[in-house]
Ligand binder design. Structure first.
Ligand code: PLP
Length: 403
């Protein structure tokens, strides 16, 4: 298996395993797909950086004219480190302190608030001096499963659309300038209609806000995980949302920017986790392949029941056999259950696909294991963009108490 002509087995040899490998060209293709889909609207892409925060990836996004959406002050700082001006960064926090919001204001970020308490404090502090966007919870059930559906009535995210009157009271009381409205209803959404329903909630509310500069329809576009999986039809979504948006702008009386915030769509399929088989273990029921990784590096299968395709890239031409691919963590950490792979021998390199989004960025040191290296393939060459952790990294912040 190759990326840009480069065999992944060579990448594994050069950098060792476990290692995350990203295909820069694939990221660029995904950006272009979005631009094509939304060609008829004044599109601004704000990459949801939480999906993959490596600074070199952020620089790649910047080089392609893509803006960023950050959910923490640390993500804001990483984006600035990558060269983004604070004014290009949308800060969309949830349940953070007012002090953190102030820090983002002082840096000069765009601010997106998702609760009435902070909106009131914001009004008290800044009046109409600093414009603010509002994240609306439209009460739409969307997304692949309950963990990644965030726009429903029980979700902690956003200000309920049912509280619009209260929003307007606070806005009026403090003369707050609302420059954007935002919805994000979940991840893994296939249905164009969900985006349109979210859009309609924004259109209906928007007439109450005369200072708008943009409407932000969030992310959540679905990518295929299984070979025959469906994905969001970006042309259909782009065309339908753009048409509805352009019609709305006419009735609003002014042209606004159309924002989207994809995470997974931009980086998921660009990422590969390469691991080595430590042991092939037969039991009366199952043959396990135990690899030099686990839920510490890729938590998605255990956390979201996510499906990641696996291939044994060292086993080309061999007969196939059914395996459970499991990690080396002292938990049940099945990375892939019941998969037909080319027969696995100790030391073989396996690749887990779709490992670009919410993969390295959700990795931990559980079991005191070290986080892997990250490699970017760009113009056919592999570049190390994050070193593998070393034992010293585990001790770095520990303050040892001597008895
Ligand atoms: N925008 C916001 C506010 C989010 O919380 C998220 C993901 O959690 C995204 C965008 C990106 O979602 P996805 O990666 O599914 O596109």
């Amino acid at each position: 298996m190759k990326i840009q002509g480069l065999p992944l087995t060579e990448v594994a040899q050069q950098f060792g395993t476990p290692v995350y490998v990203y295909d820069g060209e694939k990221i660029v293709t995904q950006i272009e797909n979005l631009k094509t889909g939304f060609a008829k609207a004044p599109l601004k892409i704000k990459y949801a950086v939480k999906a993959l925060t490596n600074v070199s990836i952020l620089k790649l996004m910047k080089s392609q004219g893509v803006g960023v959406d950050a959910v923490s002050i640390e993500e804001v700082r990483l984006c600035m480190h990558a060269g983004y001006a604070a004014s290009e960064i949308m800060y969309t926090p949830n349940c953070v302190s007012f002090e953190e919001i102030q820090e983002a204001v002082e840096l000069g970020c765009m601010i997106n608030l998702d609760n009435l308490v902070m909106l009131r404090k914001f009004g008290q502090e800044y009046g109409g001096k600093i414009p603010v966007a509002l994240r609306i919870n439209p009460h739409i059930m969307a997304g692949g499963n309950s963990k990644i559906s965030v726009g429903h009535i029980h979700s902690k995210f956003g200000i309920s659309i049912l509280q619009l009157d209260q929003i307007l009271e606070v806005v009026e009381e403090f003369g707050i300038s609302v420059n954007g409205l935002h919805v994000h209803t979940g991840s893994d959404i296939m249905d164009a209609d969900v985006f349109l329903r979210g859009a309609r909630v924004l259109f209906d509310s928007a007439k109450n806000f005369p200072d708008l500069r943009f409407l932000d329809f969030g992310g959540g576009f679905k990518v295929p995980y299984k070979p025959d999986d469906v994905q969001t039809d970006m042309v259909k979504v782009g065309e339908e949302v753009s048409a509805a948006f352009n019609e709305f702008c006419e009735s609003y009386g002014r042209s606004l920017e159309l924002w989207i915030e994809p995470g997974k769509y931009l980086v998921s399929a660009a990422g590969y986790l390469l691991v080595s088989a430590n042991v092939v273990k037969d039991t009366p029921e199952i043959t396990f392949v135990g690899v030099d990784s686990g839920l510490n590096h890729l938590i998605r299968p255990m956390f979201y029941k996510a499906y990641h395709q696996v291939e044994n890239i060292s086993g080309e031409g061999r007969d196939t056999k059914r395996y459970d691919v499991v990690g080396y963590i002292c938990e049940t950490d099945t990375l892939a259950a019941s998969r037909e792979l080319a027969e696995v021998e100790t030391g073989d390199v396996l690749v887990l696909k779709n490992a670009g989004a919410y993969a390295y960025s959700m990795a931990s040191n559980y079991n005191s294991r070290l986080r892997p290296a990250e490699v970017l393939v760009w113009k056919g060459k592999a570049h190390l963009i994050r070193k593998r952790e070393e034992f010293e990294d585990l001790l770095r912040n520990q303050v040892v108490f001597e008895f």
